[in-house]
Design a protein around this ligand. Structure first.
Ligand code: HDE
Length: 697
């Protein structure tokens, strides 16, 4: 749009439509893409009033032509994602470990772009699929772009990139029918998985609550592969990257996830957007597990095998800095859609290892960006462009934006100062000179062949509640598998992980005769100790900070309680939303308006981490007859949430037949002063003791 001195006014068009027009001062006049001012954006050029439309209409043709080309291919995997901007800040200098720019000085800030995604669903799918979350960070460092393209799960399904297309084909909708969307609860997925025992460790993770996070802010990130850190003098060590959310870990229940997807398919992206917009900037700390060849040689598993992790209890995670997300994107397409992560984007101070999955990825990402963004110049797009000087002799191609000037476009040349940039053997990127030799062959190393021991270790490291969720998830997913032999094949694998788990899944699926355990290349090790770091519930946050409280109100809700809730929530960094029978015009007992965020039909309790029931006593009986209100109460209870209520709310418990089941997670607020204590209790996030009382299948 061109700015000119037009003033806007409203015009009623020939078709009765109302639109603003620009007449010369404040509002710019619309132009075509060629910059020509537009006189009429409502009507195409016609012969007379009733047509036909003329092919000559270059304004209409240009507009429609551009619209027709608005889409670029969505990502083959990780199509649904959400981006944000921020920075990384180093807590200390890591000079003795790496010469990578972001880690050279304490307090050094490096700008970054993050994109968090689901894997299986298409761009328009819902946020709370049971799925792995992509966790991709692009650091715009002084030494070029470094992309750490990880997941929220520290291991992967497969050991060799050549199997990736098969894994993804099996997980995505079946090719004949094109469904199911964004879920693995179907025959193809479990057929492939049950024929791929190396996936068992990752399967334990994806069937755990890790795969249904409460929000991006409560999720870890992992670089997955072993990388190298390299010092200026060329000394290298191995490293695994971890992102730890400052607010702690939290997930939802499966029944909740299903309902959230209906109530708000954008639950995760809205949460990230809202928290950044409100100034509650999400933060993660970057942790490193650093180890040397000696550790690698004596570790139980191969450090190049991406289906294995190194327990934190064995190699502690050293916290070296934090990532702060303080800016939402200005334009979803320009940034989130066009951002092009490539695992091959590393900088001096970081290097690859021979992990065969990583090596395959290094080919795939560059290749996919060329297809998705239409050519080799995607590094010219602002979100992908490095923020340090860039000099090379690459030229031309589709949409070239930064073009070389001058005569020299090749090297070597003898044009001296006019000959462009030259290599620098001191400062330039150098690979660690790792010695490698051996026959050229297609082989899987025997050091990759233990497929069950870490799956078992993950399972035994969970609390009872978490173990139950893993069993329930497997039972649910396999109950959607139509072919009994696939279900049984999975149970045969589970027998190598934990017999109790295998029996409970078999029970849930109605398998009467347990199959024999799957043949294993390596027997499952029973001696690996529990790793408490692998459990969410063994690592609860210390407060309810960053969580969202839903408060059910009506006309006449007590003003003193509302006051206490607002004050305590602010003090504890807890967000509140008021939910009411109507979206506007709800007044408290002092006749002050309550700013309602959701009408009860649009604000089910699944959207909140804990709820308070605060109706007024003369309207509560009517409210208690309302099915949606009953769902609100029932679900909060069934999902083991902490529920606070006043005396006036008791009819809601009666209407849901829960009065006799109330437990210590249902907290009666005798006076407004109790609100603070309630929020302190909520730091436990859920009242898990309730689960076995409400879940009987
Ligand atoms: Fe990816 N992956 N991947 N992946 N991946 C892509 O690149 C691929 C793997 C991950 O927000 C694609 O730009 C292969 C592991 C994230 O834009 C593609 C293999 C991990 C994202 C691709 C893997 C990841 C992608 C599709 C097996 C965690 C989203 C679009 C060797 C460590 C990045 C794109 C974003 C995206 C290939 C396995 C993480 C096709 C071949 C393991 C977070 O290139």
């Amino acid at each position: 749009m061109k700015k000119d001195d037009s003033k806007s006014k409203t015009r009623i068009g020939d078709g009765g439509e109302v639109h603003q027009v620009s007449t010369g001062s404040d509002i710019p006049t619309m132009t075509t893409a060629q910059g020509v001012l537009v006189a009429d954006d409502q009507n195409s050029l016609k012969v007379g009033e009733r047509g036909p439309v003329l092919l000559e209409d270059q304004v209409m043709r240009e507009k429609i032509f551009h619209f027709d080309h608005e889409r670029i291919p969505e990502r083959v995997v990780h199509a649904r994602g959400f981006g944000a901007k921020g920075y990384f800040e180093a807590y200390e200098s890591l000079e003795s470990l790496t010469c990578a720019a972001p880690f050279q000085e304490k307090g050094k800030q490096t700008p970054l772009f993050i994109r968090i995604s689901t894997v299986a669903g298409n761009k328009g799918s819902f946020d709370l699929a049971r799925d792995v979350r992509g966790f991709a960070v692009k650091f715009y460092t002084d030494q070029g772009n470094w992309d750490l393209v990880g997941n929220n799960i520290p291991v992967f399904f497969i050991q060799d990139a050549i199997k990736f297309p098969d894994l993804i084909h099996a997980a995505k909708p079946a090719p004949d029918r094109g469904f199911p969307q964004a879920q693995t609860a179907h025959d193809n997925f479990w057929d492939f998985i049950s024929l791929t025992p190396e996936s068992m460790n990752m399967v334990m993770w994806t069937m755990s609550d890790r795969a249904i996070p409460r929000s991006f802010r409560f999720m870890e990130g992992f670089g997955v592969h072993t990388f190298r850190l390299v010092t200026a003098s060329g000394k290298s060590t191995f490293v695994k990257f971890h992102w730890k959310p400052k607010l702690g870990l939290q997930s939802v229940l499966w029944n909740e996830a299903v309902k959230i997807n209906g109530a708000d398919p954008d639950f995760h992206r809205r949460d990230l957007w809202d928290s950044i917009q409100s100034g509650a900037y999400p933060e993660w700390e970057l942790g490193l597990q650093v180890f040397d060849q000696e550790f690698a040689d004596q570790f139980d598993f191969d450090i190049l095998d991406p289906t294995k992790l190194i327990p934190e209890e064995l190699v502690p995670v050293k916290i070296v800095g934090k990532m702060v997300l303080n800016e939402t994107v200005d334009n979803f397409f320009a940034e989130t859609e066009q951002v092009a992560f490539c695992t091959q984007n590393i900088i001096p101070g970081i290097d690859f290892t021979d992990d065969p999955l990583l090596q395959g990825r290094n080919f795939s990402y560059l290749d996919t960006q060329t297809k998705r963004l239409g050519g080799p110049n995607f590094t010219h797009i602002p979100v992908n462009a490095p923020r340090c000087p860039v000099h090379h002799f690459q030229q031309d191609g589709h949409m070239a934006m930064t073009n070389p000037t001058g005569r020299a476009n090749y090297e070597p040349n003898s044009w001296g100062e006019n000959g462009g940039a030259r290599e620098n053997s001191e400062e330039g990127f150098k690979s660690v000179p790792v010695e490698n030799n051996g026959p050229k062959q297609r082989e899987r190393s025997p050091t990759f062949s233990d497929h069950y021991s870490q799956a078992r270790q993950f399972y035994i490291s969970q609390t009872e509640v978490e173990q139950k969720h893993i069993g329930d998830a497997l039972t649910f997913e396999l109950s959607k598998v139509e072919h009994p032999h696939i279900r049984e094949r999975m149970v045969a694998h589970l027998l190598n992980i934990d017999e109790q788990l295998a029996s409970s899944v078999a029970d849930g699926l109605g398998i009467e005769q347990l199959p024999s355990a799957a043949d294993a290349a390596c027997p499952t090790r029973q001696d690996l100790p529990e790793s408490p770091a692998l459990s969410i519930l063994k690592n609860l946050p210390s407060s309810f900070s960053g969580r969202k409280l839903g408060v059910l109100v009506t006309d006449g809700s007590p003003a003193d309680y509302l006051d206490a809730i607002r004050k305590q929530a602010e003090k504890s960094d807890v967000m509140i939303e008021f939910v009411a029978p109507t979206i506007s015009g709800v007044y408290d007992s002092n006749s002050d308006e309550i700013k309602v965020s959701q009408k009860i039909d649009g604000g089910p309790s699944v959207l909140y981490d804990a709820v308070i029931l605060l109706p007024e006593s003369t309207v509560v009986d009517d409210l208690a007859k309302d099915a949606t209100t009953k769902d609100f109460v029932n679900d909060a209870f069934a999902h083991c949430k902490f529920v606070a209520y006043t005396d006036a709310a008791k009819p809601l418990w009666e209407a849901t037949n829960l009065t006799d089941m109330l437990d210590d997670g249902c907290i009666m607020l005798d006076e407004p002063e109790n609100v603070g204590a309630f929020l302190d209790t909520c730091a436990e996030i859920r009242f898990w003791e309730r689960e076995t009382k409400v879940d009987h299948t």
